[in-house]
Structures are given as structure tokens and as C-alpha cells.
Design a protein around this ligand. Structure first.
Ligand code: SF4
Length: 337
């Protein structure tokens, strides 16, 4: 058992299914900066997921997020296998989750799953009981999205996709990075929220680019190019929050700590549509060893109570010298790392 017996009440189980992301070209992609773990095969991963999920549920956890690392739909066996295990283990325990979400770049959602008779990823996710889908949308225009996240993510037809998800009875949240020269002002936040609300989105989350307070070969062995882009394009987060506070388009609801005070979230209501709007920041890599910021499971199958990269964590990390070669394997066709 990798995970310390600790209360997970109120904390999320964040599950990185895979390192692979075949379509995204995000200029700020934090997994390409951070240490990479050796990816477990499907059978081993799912066995460890089941064990870790039991620990998480046993210790009060009720929020499961399937995410990356990479892109969950690039590992369909792990994605659907994990959802099956969630259903089996929660039913066996008589437990109802507060949150069961998949975070995705959305590129494959309306595409057929290979070998499944035309069934799309969205069809299968709905069939397996998914409640929430979190879509990455990193700009207002196609041009803006292409620069910051690449052509495949820029070409996602959200005007079709979002209403299709809503018709399946699932809730939609968007996640948008705040970046200087992209979405970085209250006017752009409002324009984005009006667009999303019209399509049926329930929550818009705007996140600051992660801050990485500890930087060395152990904590940030990956792409120095991505880290530089992140440093060069950091939005003025506190000023933007202050502008949203002053705006007549939004009503301030509350401020709360995120992941045991590793970050802050400011929640607002969009006056015109009534949907929730959140702005959050987060530091990663310096989490407390003694408090659970997450039940954080990586693609090697290990779970820990944080996302730091210190020697005390139980991960099968790729050595710093091999990191570049692994990144090229998990980000095929990408030459900007
Ligand atoms: S979608 Fe973007 S941020 Fe997410 S793993 Fe792919 S490249 Fe990175």
C-alpha cells in the first residue's frame, strides 16, 4: 500500500490514467515540465486503481476525477475500466460519490471508439454513469486556441459537443487557462462565460498557470521551453480577480482554499445567466507531507497524498536524463518540448 492512512474527507482522488496526449499541443502543459513516471500496463494499472480506490473510499473520499498526465481518451481501456471499477466498488460499499468527472481536451468525444460498432466516446461515458465532463477550452477564437493548444483542440466543435453532453444528462464544466495575450481580462472572461452559458455549461473555471516554487532536477526535469513559456505568459491573477469583483457582470460568492491551501479559488455568479464562474490559482511541488492535498494516483499506479516530487513519494519516476525521450514518446509529433 503506497498511500498513508489519512482522512480523504473533502479531498479529491485525482487519477492520471496515462502520460499519453496525442492531440494536445498546449504551450503551458505542466506534465511536460514535471517528473514523468513509467506507465503501467492496463491490467496492472486497473488492479492498483481498484486497491487505491478502496483506500480512498474507506477513508472518507467521495470525489473521483479521471484526468491526465495526458489525455484520458487516449487510454480508452484504462478510462472505461476505471469507470467500471468505480461503479462496482461504490455499489459494493453502498457509497454515493459527490463528484465523478473526466477531464478531457474534448478532441475525441464525438468520435467512434475503435472496434465498438460506431459508439462514440461520449455515448460510452454516458452509458457508464459519468456525471461530469470537464472540457479544456483555452481561447475565444479558433486562432487563439490554435496558438495556445494546437489545431486539433482548436477544431473541436463545441457548439455541437456541449449541447450533446447536456442532452445525455451530464453536467459540463469548462477549464480555461489564464495567459497573458490570451484570456487575461475581465472583458474576455465575460465574453467566454456568455458563450459557454448559451451552450449549456454549468461552471466555467479559469485557472492561473501553476506556480512551481521548487525548481531543480528532481522537481522540474522536463521541458524548460514550456516552463519558460509559462513564466513569460503568466496573467496578473490578483488584478484580474479584483477586476471581476468590480464588474457589474458578476456577483462575488465566496473565496475558499484549494487543496489544503495550496491554492485559492474565487467563486462568482454570472448575473445574466446565473452560472458559476471560478478563478483559481495553485502551487505544486511543495505540498505538506502530513496532510492530504489529494489522493493522487499517477500512471505508474502509485497513489500518494500530494503531488510533490520529493524523494519520499512512492513513484516509479523516469530518470531526469531519460525524461526528454519519454516526453517525445508520450507527446507524439510534438517538436516544441
Ligand atoms: S491537453 Fe494540453 S495540457 Fe492536457 S495533456 Fe494534452 S497538451 Fe497537456
Amino acid at each position: 500500500m503506497d498511500c498513508k492512512p489519512i482522512s480523504f474527507s473533502g479531498t479529491e482522488m485525482k487519477v492520471e490514467l496515462t502520460n499519453l496526449c496525442s492531440d494536445g499541443r498546449c504551450t503551458f502543459c505542466s506534465p511536460t515540465i514535471r517528473p514523468v513516471v513509467i506507465e503501467a500496463g492496463q491490467e496492472a494499472f486497473l488492479q492498483r486503481f481498484e486497491d487505491n480506490l478502496d483506500i480512498y473510499l474507506e477513508n472518507g473520499g467521495r470525489k473521483v476525477i479521471l484526468t491526465g498526465g495526458g489525455e484520458p481518451t487516449d487510454a480508452p481501456g484504462k478510462l472505461f475500466g476505471s469507470l467500471r471499477i468505480v461503479r462496482e466498488r461504490t455499489e459494493a460499499r453502498g457509497v454515493e460519490l459527490e463528484l465523478l468527472a473526466v477531464y478531457t481536451n474534448a478532441v475525441k468525444l464525438l468520435r467512434p471508439i475503435m472496434g465498438c460498432g460506431g459508439q462514440t466516446f461520449l455515448d460510452r461515458l454516458a452509458e457508464m454513469g459519468l456525471k461530469d465532463i470537464n472540457l479544456s477550452v483555452h481561447g475565444l477564437t479558433r486562432e487563439q486556441k490554435e496558438v495556445i493548444s494546437g489545431p486539433a483542440m482548436a477544431d473541436v466543435d463545441f457548439e455541437t459537443l456541449i449541447p450533446a453532453i447536456v442532452r445525455k444528462g451530464m453536467r459540463v464544466m469548462t477549464r480555461t487557462v489564464l495567459a497573458d495575450g490570451f484570456i487575461d481580462s475581465v472583458q474576455q472572461v465575460e465574453e467566454f462565460v456568455s458563450w459557454a452559458a448559451r451552450l449549456g455549461v454549468g461552471i466555467c473555471y479559469f485557472s492561473d498557470m501553476f506556480s512551481l516554487p521548487i525548481r531543480n532536477e528532481q522537481t522540474t526535469p522536463g521541458s524548460q521551453e514550456v516552463m519558460k513559456w509559462t513564466d513569460d505568459h503568466r496573467a496578473q491573477f490578483d488584478e484580474l480577480v479584483a477586476d471581476v469583483m468590480k464588474s457589474n457582470a458578476f456577483t462575488f460568492v465566496s473565496e475558499f482554499a484549494r487543496h489544503n491551501a495550496q491554492g485559492r479559488t474565487f467563486e462568482f455568479k454570472h448575473c445574466e445567466s446565473g452560472i458559476r464562474v471560478m478563478l483559481g490559482d495553485l502551487a505544486i511541488g511543495n505540498e505538506s507531507e502530513t496532510e492530504a492535498t489529494y489522493g493522487y494516483m499517477k500512471p505508474d499506479g502509485s497513489m500518494d497524498t500530494h503531488n510533490n516530487a520529493r524523494d519520499t513519494s512512492h513513484r516509479q519516476f523516469v530518470s531526469p536524463e531519460e525524461t526528454k525521450a519519454y516526453l517525445q514518446m508520450y507527446r507524439p509529433g510534438r517538436d516544441d518540448l
